[in-house]
Write a protein that binds this ligand. Structure first.
Ligand SMILES: *Cc1c(COP(=O)(O)O)cnc(C)c1O
Length: 338
């Protein structure tokens, strides 16, 4: 059973009661096509069904739970979905929310955040620039900073997915978890391995700008260049002064695997055409890892379909086999199954 000074199972259980009925119990469904492909049961945890479209609502609700109404409000930096979750949770609690994002964040995500009533600040070319601005605003305007991943309340909130997975399927052998700053992977791995120490937890990132993987290889946080990617929600560094998620991922993840942009496109198509599910690039990296053989399955496996906040015109074009561009990156069109 894992032990770590930054988090305990009690924190995750407490987060589960905070989010119950609001962000809990997203469906866990079988994928017949991936099961047929691998010969192992493959299950999909549908966090894309969250009311604001991504699992990050779990951590956001937990982080805001103890803020009083007369606190000055909250501020965060985000690659899109954390900001959207904070905007959603803040509106529900009657709190002011300011979300700092870089120019790399897709317009569809920025629009979604504005629609929830949050103030948006676009700053710089990287998640690091947005993080600096968020810290500054917190100090200057008396706003409470809610980090997107490196925060015990956020990690505990995301960890509730691990509780739900093992409550539903105690026989799970492997979990494939999309990995960026590691709040999700740390929380899920901590919960899952506390309940079932033998379970295998694998983090999956995109090849272009895999910050946690670079840090794990170096043995410490390192600066990583941020590139446009279909998995835009996995962009950004882990923070050079990372406090908890680096150590948790180092200690709890069995492995990290990387997938390329074409594999992400293929996985988005497979999920859409075979399972009839709409998800964003970051959400399908587990499927990409299975389909490319980057991970060999050794028993019942679940992957977390982390979000659905994709630009729909690009998504439709990609499903139709057309090329799409993400920043200066072109993803070549391909007809599914051809
Ligand atoms: C934030 C996010 C992730 C990665 O979560 P981390 O806690 O930063 O590792 C994966 N998928 C989606 C859709 C996200 O929004």
């Amino acid at each position: 059973m894992p032990t770590d000074p930054s988090i305990a199972l009690a924190d995750i259980l407490s987060a589960a009661s905070v989010i119950r009925g609001q962000a809990s119990d997203m469906p866990l469904v079988p994928s017949p096509s991936l099961t047929a492909l691998t010969g192992q049961t493959v299950l999909l945890k549908l966090e894309n069904m969250q009311p604001m479209g991504a699992f990050k609502l779990r951590g956001a609700l937990n982080a805001l739970a103890n803020l009083s109404e007369d606190s000055g409000g909250v501020v965060c930096c985000s690659t899109g979905n954390h900001g959207r979750a904070i905007a959603f949770a803040a509106r529900q609690r009657g709190l002011r929310a300011v979300v700092c994002m870089s120019e790399l964040v897709p317009k569809a995500k920025v629009d979604g955040i504005r629609a929830l009533g949050a103030e948006v600040r676009i700053i710089g070319r990287s998640q690091d620039d947005a993080a600096v601005e968020s810290l500054r605003l917190g100090k200057e305007e008396g706003l409470t900073e809610i980090p997107p991943f490196d925060d015990a309340r956020v990690v505990a909130g995301q960890g509730t997915i691990g509780l739900e997975l093992l409550a539903a399927r105690p026989d799970l052998d492997t979990l494939l978890v999309p990995l960026s700053g590691g709040g999700l992977a740390a929380g899920v791995a901590f919960a899952a391995k506390t309940i079932k120490p033998s379970i295998r937890v694998i983090g999956v990132s995109m090849v272009r700008g895999a910050a946690m993987q670079a840090a794990l290889v170096a043995g410490k946080p390192v600066q990583v260049t941020e590139y446009p990617s279909l998995a835009d929600s996995l962009g950004g560094g882990i923070g050079m002064d990372n406090r908890i998620t680096f150590a948790l991922c180092r200690d709890l993840l069995d492995e990290v695997v990387l997938v390329g942009e074409d594999a992400i496109r293929d996985a988005m198509q497979a999920l859409f055409f075979d399972d009839r599910i709409v998800a964003e690039g970051a959400a399908v990296v587990g499927i990409a890892a299975i389909r490319t053989g980057a991970v060999r399955l050794t028993g019942p496996t679940a992957t977390i379909i982390t979000g659905r906040n994709t630009d729909m015109p690009s998504f439709a074009a990609m499903m139709a086999g057309q090329s799409v561009t993400v920043g200066d990156l072109t993803i070549k069109g391909k007809t599914y199954g051809a």
